[in-house]
Write a protein that binds this ligand. Structure first.
Ligand code: ADP
Ligand code: ASP
Ligand code: MG
Length: 304
């Protein structure tokens, strides 16, 4: 079933842009990094934009939470797994809201159930079914920054559900679609999408633009810079998605949104002037190939 994202439309006047800014685990790894994120957000607010922020858990937190559920019982209830692992994002959303308030930015945290972000019932690997953006848009139009806990929503059983590892990317893109945002900025620990993982191949080159289709292919083949589902949603809803670094100086004048010198825009193929034959190489460590020789060329034999 195709996801349905309720769109509440725009009523505000004189808005420069509506942005969703997503910050991953390393970007919110400690209090200093969260304060740095607050400065990135303040820069966009000061430029006159409406901003919804999506945060991940602090680096390492989700791994620890997952490990605890496994340690207590290897075959645990998926609903209780979600209760545990969704907490990482709740912490960061509250901390970032406090950091923003501390520097004079009007901000409020939101958990998935409060928006609500409705999911299907696949606890642990849920898909977003619908986001009602109306309440958030009301706040954005009043000039309040919404700090949304990524990775989580509420399932039909009225319990918290998580979206699978790396799911905050999907929260961000889905929210951008529901809010009709002008852009979804994915801030991470690299300054864009590279021809291959730059941490493994230092000679990899940053792509300034990549089409939805090619990004989907790279993500499905293992490039974990974006969760696969987030790229699918970006493609279906035409969300302009910009991958960029949170480690840039947030106050650098060249970072004013329209003018960023680095990053990768994921967009329609039509917007890419310089098309490349090969855009990138992805890898995955958990695949094996088995070849069976001398299989008779008769229907049904291979299946048997
Ligand atoms: P976040 O915590 O911000 O969500 P992730 O660790 O999930 O960040 O994703 C960013 C990482 O993706 C980078 O540190 C990089 O090692 C890895 N990566 C894999 N393939 C690519 C690629 N083609 N381009 C950029 N980064 C890549
Ligand atoms: N915190 C979750 C994870 O580590 C979601 C995310 O970071 O995107 O998988
Ligand atoms: Mg990630």
């Amino acid at each position: 079933m195709k996801a349905r994202f309720s769109k509440a439309g725009r009523t505000g006047k004189g808005i420069m842009a509506r942005l969703v800014m997503k910050f991953g685990g390393t970007s919110v790894a400690d209090i200093a990094r969260i304060k740095n994120v607050a400065q990135h957000v303040k820069r966009e607010v000061d430029a006159g934009h409406q901003v919804a922020v999506v945060v991940s858990a602090m680096a390492g937190t989700t791994n620890q939470l997952v490990a605890w559920t496994r340690e207590i019982s290897p075959l645990h209830d998926a609903r209780e797994y979600d209760t545990v692992v969704a907490t990482g994002e709740q912490v960061t959303s509250g901390l970032l809201a406090i950091a923003l308030q501390d520097i004079g930015v009007n901000a409020r945290s939101w958990q998935g159930w409060q928006i609500p972000v409705k999911t299907d019932s696949a606890h642990g690997a849920a898909r977003i079914a619908d986001i009602d953006g109306a309440r958030l848009i009301e706040r954005l139009e009043q000039g309040q920054v919404a700090v949304v806990a990524g990775f989580q929503g509420v399932a039909p059983d009225n319990r918290v559900a998580t979206l699978g590892r790396g799911g905050s990317d999907t929260s961000a893109v889905a929210l951008a679609a529901a809010l009709e945002a002008d852009r979804c900025d994915i801030y991470t620990d690299v300054d864009g999408v590279y021809t291959t993982d730059p941490r493994i191949v230092p000679r990899a080159q940053r792509l300034s633009r990549i089409s939805y289709e090619e990004m989907l292919e790279m993500a499905s083949l293992g490039a974990k810079v974006l969760q696969v589902r987030s790229v699918e949603l970006a493609m279906v809803y035409g969300v302009r998605t910009f991958v960029r670094s949170s480690f840039d100086d947030p106050l650098a004048p060249e970072l004013v949104s329209a003018n960023h010198p680095t990053g990768t825009l994921i967009c329609d193929e039509d917007e890419i002037v310089e098309k490349k034959v090969v855009s990138g190489i992805a890898y995955s460590k958990d695949e094996a190939e088995i070849s069976l020789r001398r299989v008779a060329d008769k229907p049904g034999v291979a299946a048997a």
